[in-house]
Design a protein around this ligand. Structure first.
Ligand code: ARG
Length: 400
């Protein structure tokens, strides 16, 4: 049997290599590691996989594809799960699953394996994607099967097999990071009343350590996609990295959230996403001036559905394609600039402009040059209020 195993280089997935071999009839293990901008050395991970017993170890830089095919569609849609979470983990899983299936096909594997736990959302995303793209493949989730239920047991298991332990002193947190954000859970944060400890943050500085004063930046969008920062046209990955740095230094993009998981429980997660927060905010602002009222209101509902669908692991399916097509038609004119002022822990919109703006100075002004026909409001209100006038009459007659 040949198994392609998603490999991060951490303790769980390192134990998975010998465990899969021992428990699946001496299976041949191939690992796969995708760089989604999680700030790790994938070459070091590759060589660790080989030292740990993999027969082959694949790594690739998925950042550009991740941003272009997953993050940007979610940004255009305005997808924030339960109104807050920018979905970085949920967007990464389908891409990793897709690559696992592709690698499995390339090496002629029978199964793929992942290191997700049995009570998280990520197993759902991995496995629904795998079922869509590689229905012929078996999916193995060792963490749902094995007896290594505590970290200590995993460490003993690893030591007995000569697996190198992570060099960094283990923090009691579970962290998932990529270019769109970082999620941190466990430890003290399991108590909903506790403030996240100061050492959990990775992408953002403490707002109290932010530079004094503030900075103003201009983000330019073309058809709903960010293309330039302060007038400088940048490739998507560079733009995100720069904005993460810039806004992260001001302590912008921290979220502390209790969310509803797919598997039925509530969990507390702390998120960071400096670029994600600023880009969503500026994008929404531009939409406010270019989308008509009906489309704008309708799109807000689609945004919620799109976010839930991503969260629920339904990326590779017909509904995502249909909703994305809707979103794309709304983005044609979401072109223009947004000014954002960054200060300690806060991003504020200070200006917006677009060649397609529907804001009409003449209609809006309360000063000279007003073109709005206020006499027309009389007839408008006669009809607009008619049903309520009727209701009001009946109510008075009945005395209720
Ligand atoms: N709650 C987030 C989600 O379901 C993040 C999951 C991973 N979190 C973590 N700390 N490892 O998408």
């Amino acid at each position: 049997m040949k198994i392609v195993c998603a490999y991060s280089g951490g303790l769980d997935t390192s134990c998975m290599i010998p465990w899969l071999r021992e428990n699946y009839g001496g299976a041949d293990i191939v690992t796969y590691t995708g760089d989604l901008g999680q700030g790790v050395d994938v070459e070091a991970i590759r060589s660790k996989a080989l030292r740990t017993g993999a027969s082959r170890a694949f790594v690739d830089d998925l950042r550009e594809r991740f941003v272009g095919e997953f993050i940007f569609p979610a940004l255009r849609a305005g997808a924030l799960y339960e109104g807050t979470y920018p979905l970085h983990t949920a967007l990464g899983r389908p891409l990793l699953a897709q690559r696992l299936v592709e690698v499995a096909e390339e090496v002629g594997a029978d199964a793929i394996a992942h290191g997700c736990t049995g009570k998280g959302n990520d197993q759902v995303r991995f496995e629904v994607a795998a079922q869509c793209l590689g229905p012929h493949l078996k999916v193995i989730a060792p963490l749902r099967e094995w007896e290594l239920v505590t970290r200590e047991m995993e460490i003993d298991y690893a030591l007995a097999r000569g697996i190198e332990l992570p060099i960094t002193k283990a923090k009691p947190y579970s962290i998932d990071e990529n270019i769109w954000g970082c999620a941190i859970e466990c430890g003290e944060m399991e108590n909903l009343w506790s403030e996240p400890p100061a050492d959990v943050w990775r992408m953002t500085k403490d707002p109290s350590a932010a530079p004094k004063g503030s900075t103003e930046i201009t983000i330019s969008y073309e058809a709903g996609l960010p293309v330039a920062l302060d007038g400088e046209v940048l490739p998507p990955v560079t733009l995100l990295e720069r904005l993460n740095q810039l806004a992260g230094d001001y302590g912008i993009g921290r979220m502390d959230m209790v969310e509803n998981r797919v598997v039925g429980l509530k969990s507390r997660e702390v998120y960071e996403g400096p670029a994600a927060v600023v880009l969503h905010m500026a994008h929404r602002e531009l939409e406010r001036i270019v989308l008509d009222r009906a489309t704008s209101h309708y799109k807000a509902k689609i945004a919620q559905d799109f976010a839930t669908l991503i969260y629920d692991g339904l990326w590779f399916g017909p509904l995502r394609e249909a909703l994305q097509a809707f979103v794309e038609t709304t983005q044609q004119h979401v072109t223009g600039d947004v000014r954002v002022r960054l200060s300690a822990g806060l991003a504020r919109i200070t200006g917006r402009r677009s060649p397609f703006s529907l804001y009409d100075d003449g209609l809006a002004t309360y000063s000279d040059g007003d073109t709005f026909d206020r006499t027309a409001a009389v007839g408008f209100l006669k009809l607009y209020g008619l049903s309520y006038r009727t209701w009001g009459h009946v109510r008075r007659q009945r005395g209720s």
